[in-house]
Ligand binder design. Sequence first.
Ligand SMILES: O=C(O)CCC(=O)C(=O)O
Length: 270
Amino acid sequence: MEDMERHFRELDELGYTILEDFLTSKQVEEAILALEEIYECEKDVVSLHEPNTKRTFNLTSRAEIFRQIIQLPRLVACMEYLLGSDYILSDMGGRSPMRGVSSQGLHRDGGIFIPNPPYNVHAILPLAAQSMFALSEFTPDNGATRFVPGSHIRDIDLGAVRPGEERLFICSPGTVLIYDNRLIHGGGPNTIDEIRYSIQGFCCRKYIKPFCDHTRSIPRDLIESASPLLRRLWGFEYQSAWEESPRDFKVMEASGAKPVFDFNHGIGRQ
Ligand SMILES: O=C(O)CCC(=O)C(=O)O
């Protein structure tokens, strides 16, 4: 694996890093094909979430290629650097803006902004991180993501961002932009007759509520055949237990499954 130190430094200092040639052209092709099939199956609801944009969610339950991508070592290394070695997947989704979509408002993903105090809080911040995989070439005309370098540690209003501070994620297919969720960013406008294919792998610290509860959203057979890493990403190792009957607490069963708090086998019992 390439030396990741530069990428870790960029994540700290700039709030993002870019991994070029991250996906092979075969992986890009497979991912687009899988997305197109999903968009077709979900055609009645695909643009409900955001007009003029095809969106889908819970991708790791939908096709093998997405399960492969979310486990690629350089991505895992960056996420572990940002979120700890026990981070989980919040959701992996597809976002493909089409002609006519206007610029998204600038925003930060997944929750409130916590500025970095002047001491080392790296053990608890950031709380989440995004990975934006370009499956198409990203251009200024088809909705390339815009972002504000360094904004992950600047306590500024979204409205205070000056146009000159924004950068565009212009890239070839197969590139991934990984960013601290505090980084200010937004999709750009798509003004041409060409869909911009992309997928996003949103990850979070294990104690943050993921957008998707994978423990209940992944078919049983996929859980059994998954790697230990994937089962951890799906949250099986850090589950809120439910009380099925008095003092009988359960979690979704899988190899390596663990509760956040072990009510059934507390410190008093061996
Ligand atoms: O698609 C993009 O370029 C950015 C998408 C985004 O920021 C979002 O959906 O929250």
